[in-house]
Design a protein around this ligand. Structure first.
Ligand code: ZN
Length: 454
């Protein structure tokens, strides 16, 4: 027989194998996106009770902040974030809001922040004579003879942080969480650092994170479905802002300027994911969540995952979610020097942070560190290899089970995923130049190596 027919046969086998992988990956994404969507985790009435509780609390806080400091009064609250855009996974435990400050009426001028042009950063000036009560001096810069001054976003946010705590003290619908740490006021908690003596939040108990949280004040509250985080990102919106919402920027060491919120941009449709890509977002969010569940640490931000998907969406010609997932891994997640050789069953990753261009302001880069990125890639690549080499797809149910990884035994095929993440976790504090392990999927093994400064 000629080699031609042999090659042809190999090629068609390859095409068939690849087709099976794509079909299984597509099923995996469809199943995962459905299962982890909080709309399918809770009943509608449970979600309604939770959301009503949180929204009423936020309204109550905003009213009381305005009573405590009239200059910080608000006129309405915008719902933001994954709960409201339908991409919240697993728990209804995070809500984001943008309360609209009435201070917006005093804005006289919004100009480009010249240090970082074309990135949505703005300098905001206000007429201090229009304020119901003077702001603390540190909130204002370069005040002129007419009383017009630059409004420092960071100082205003600090003022809001203090005022929210003050307002909470006088609200009889909530109780301040007792701080178990020395030198911390009642109701002030470092939400990043669980303390051994912390008790679960009872319904109505509330705390404020000890520091500013990006452009927001971060609250934690005992809500009907359990402990829930609330991000309050106070914002400005007026004609002078060109109708856009401006939030605190806090970018590098320049912390007095503001950032135009991309959600209000005129071409907002361009920045929306299609329904299939939205399913991929839910799945990717679950992959990073899973990596954290097994090995700890923090997850790759939803904003970065959405940006990755938006970059992919611009040129996506795929008809299957499985093809989309492979394309995303190859083009946006595997970085120069790294390798995912699908045919040779070989994975090589580097302990490195990555940067990705912001989808709206291309000169702005978003960064995610190796502690977040590599574990997520371990999960993703393990799944691709598993679908490729093993026809048994029962693991898909177990991986989205809330009990995972507690629901698997040592001879479970998912065990090698868990040991890889454990291995990564145990290796991180040591300093070998290279770490090597193998994933066994039935009769075939994938060779995995990770190098870098650990
Ligand atoms: Zn796609």
């Amino acid at each position: 027989m000629s080699s031609f027919s042999h090659n042809k046969s190999t090629e068609s086998n390859y095409a068939f194998d690849r087709h099976i992988t794509i079909v299984q990956l597509t099923e995996f994404v469809e199943f995962t996106a459905h299962k982890v969507d909080i709309q399918n985790v809770y009943t509608p009435s449970q979600l309604k009770e939770q959301t009503t509780f949180v929204e009423n609390l936020v309204k109550d806080i905003c009213v009381n902040v305005g009573k405590t400091e009239p200059t910080l009064a608000t006129d309405g609250v915008l719902n933001r974030g994954s709960y409201y855009d339908g991409t919240k996974i697993v728990n209804a435990d995070e809500y984001d809001y943008e309360p609209l400050l009435t201070l917006s009426k005093a804005v006289t001028e919004v100009s480009e922040f010249s240090v970082f042009p074309n990135q949505g950063f703005r300098t905001v000036r206000i007429d201090t004579k229009m304020l119901p009560k003077p702001l603390p001096a540190q909130c204002l810069k370069d005040i002129n003879e007419n009383g017009v001054a630059e409004l420092s976003s960071k100082e205003l946010l600090k003022f809001l942080h203090c005022t929210i705590l003050e307002a909470l003290k006088y609200m009889n619908t909530v109780e301040l969480k007792k701080s178990v740490r020395k030198h911390m006021d009642q109701g002030v908690v470092d939400h990043y650092m669980p303390h051994p003596h912390d008790t679960p939040y009872l319904k109505g108990e509330v705390s404020v994170h000890s520091a500013l949280h990006g452009p927001s004040v971060w609250l934690r509250v005992g809500a009907p479905l359990g402990t829930t985080d609330i991000d309050l990102c106070f914002c400005l919106r007026s004609k002078a802002c060109d109708k856009h919402v401006m939030v605190s920027a806090r970018y590098r060491s320049y912390e007095s300027h503001w950032l135009e919120s991309i959600i209000d941009l005129p071409e907002v449709q361009k920045y929306k994911l299609t329904l299939p890509h939205n399913k991929l977002l839910l799945t990717l969010k679950y992959m990073t969540h899973l990596a954290c569940t097994v090995h700890g640490g923090s997850h790759v931000s939803s904003h970065i995952l959405r940006t990755v998907l938006l970059h992919h969406q611009r040129n996506c010609q795929e008809t299957d979610l499985g093809e989309c997932l492979l394309s995303i891994i190859k083009n946006f997640m595997i970085k120069p020097g790294e390798k995912f050789d699908y045919d040779a069953n070989m994975v090589h990753l580097i302990v490195n942070a990555i940067e990705i261009h912001d989808i709206v302001h291309h000169e702005t880069t978003l960064r995610t560190n190796s502690m977040k990125r590599v574990p997520m890639l371990i999960v993703l690549l393990w799944i691709v290899q598993q679908t490729r080499h093993n026809e048994d797809s029962t693991w898909i149910q177990r991986i989205v089970d809330p009990q995972f990884p507690g629901n698997i035994s040592d001879d479970d095929m998912l065990h090698s995923l868990v040991t890889s993440l454990d291995f990564w976790d145990n290796s991180y504090s040591k300093n070998p130049p290279t770490r090597i392990f193998q994933w066994h999927h039935g009769n075939t093994a994938t060779h995995v190596s990770i190098t870098g400064d650990w």
